[in-house]
Write a protein that binds this ligand. Structure first.
Ligand SMILES: NC(=O)c1ccc[n+]([C@@H]2O[C@H](COP(=O)([O-])OP(=O)(O)OC[C@H]3O[C@@H](n4cnc5c(N)ncnc54)[C@H](OP(=O)(O)O)[C@@H]3O)[C@@H](O)[C@H]2O)c1
Length: 296
């Protein structure tokens, strides 16, 4: 398939590009710099210069492809507005195509809010972290669009063998001999998935246009943050005790998004497994390469 990737240089997008290329898809990815051009070419994709904030420059090309994968995010205050404009631009031109376009859109575990002892399935009503609430309405709009065949993936917390992903903050502190900060309670659970497994989930879903709707991508339903920190401490032989930082303190210092890692969450990947046959290869984060290979 001809696939256009938005965000192909990111933690999730980079792994998706690798997997798409491995499956012999032809991958073009949006790139906003020479550095990103080089990174994408090294992964086997063709960079197409453009910016997420200027979608008129690339939307017509995007819908001329067989599939679009949206994993780009600016993470600024304008994140929702930029995504809205980009997705509207795609919607505006998708109707010009002779056939509907396959779109894989990205949500996330933080859209389910705090789940506590419940394991969130796709049936659970969304209760998003306010700074990511826009994702829910954008997803619904895309799912309703007649000229798009949309599936929305909700990744668990993603760790990555290249940049550490959600473990990055812990690994970099351990490597620098600094105390690891645990935001909120050490009993807080995170659903987890390895970026390479997640990338296979994106590709499996992309290749199945008969599947629309919401799909969680999860390898481990909920792992306590305290356990993860202990594993990082062991892996790096850190001599420094982790420190507890309250959720309020973390938010005050880092911004509203910092509420996300303090939410106690469990999430099920059963629907993805049953409908696509996807299985995570790494079902225990301690057995992944992340602590060995992450370049931090
Ligand atoms: N990581 C997780 O654990 C996780 C979990 C659930 C959901 N998600 C969601 O998944 C999405 C991607 O997350 P991520 O962790 O992969 O993010 P990331 O590593 O920060 O990657 C962001 C991507 O967006 C691109 N981008 C940012 N601003 C751009 C612009 N103005 N024009 C063009 N490209 C631009 C970046 O390109 P450059 O290389 O040019 O900066 C990069 O490729 C986000 O929506 C996030 O909320 C992530």
């Amino acid at each position: 398939m001809n696939v256009f990737v938005l965000g192909g240089t990111g933690t999730i997008g980079g792994a998706i590009v690798v997997e798409l290329v491995r499956r012999s898809h032809h991958v073009v990815a949006l790139s906003r710099s020479q550095t990103s051009d080089k990174k994408l070419m090294a992964l086997g994709a063709v960079p197409r210069r453009g910016d997420l904030t200027a979608p008129k420059d690339w939307a017509a090309f995007a819908v001329s492809c067989d599939a679009i994968i949206q994993v780009a995010a600016t993470f600024g205050d304008d994140m929702g507005d930029v995504d809205a404009e980009a997705m509207s631009a795609i919607l505006n031109v998708a109707g010009d195509q002779p056939k509907p376009v396959r779109l894989i859109y990205t949500g996330g575990c933080w859209l389910y809010g705090e789940t506590g002892d419940e394991v969130a399935t796709e049936e659970r009503p969304f209760d998003p972290l306010p700074s990511f609430a826009w994702m829910v309405s954008h997803a619904e709009k895309l799912l309703r669009a007649p000229n798009l065949i949309t599936a929305v993936i909700h990744p668990a917390m993603v760790y990555d063998a290249v940049d550490g992903g959600v473990f990055h903050r812990y690994i970099s502190a351990a490597k620098a001999g600094q105390p690891i900060e645990i935001w909120g309670s050490s009993k807080t659970r995170w659903p987890l998935v390895d970026s390479a497994d997640l990338a296979r989930a994106y590709c499996d879903l992309m290749e199945r246009p008969d599947l629309e709707g919401h799909f969680n991508a999860v390898a481990e339903e909920g792992v306590a943050v305290g356990e993860i920190v202990s594993a990082v401490v062991r892996a790096y032989g850190s001599q420094v005790e982790p420190v507890a930082v309250s959720a309020d303190e973390a938010i005050a210092k880092n911004g509203a998004w910092a509420k996300g890692p303090t939410m106690d969450q469990q999430m099920s990947g059963q629907k993805m497994r049953a409908s696509t046959g996807w299985e995570a290869q790494v079902t225990d984060y301690r057995r992944s390469d992340v602590f060995k290979t992450a370049v931090i």
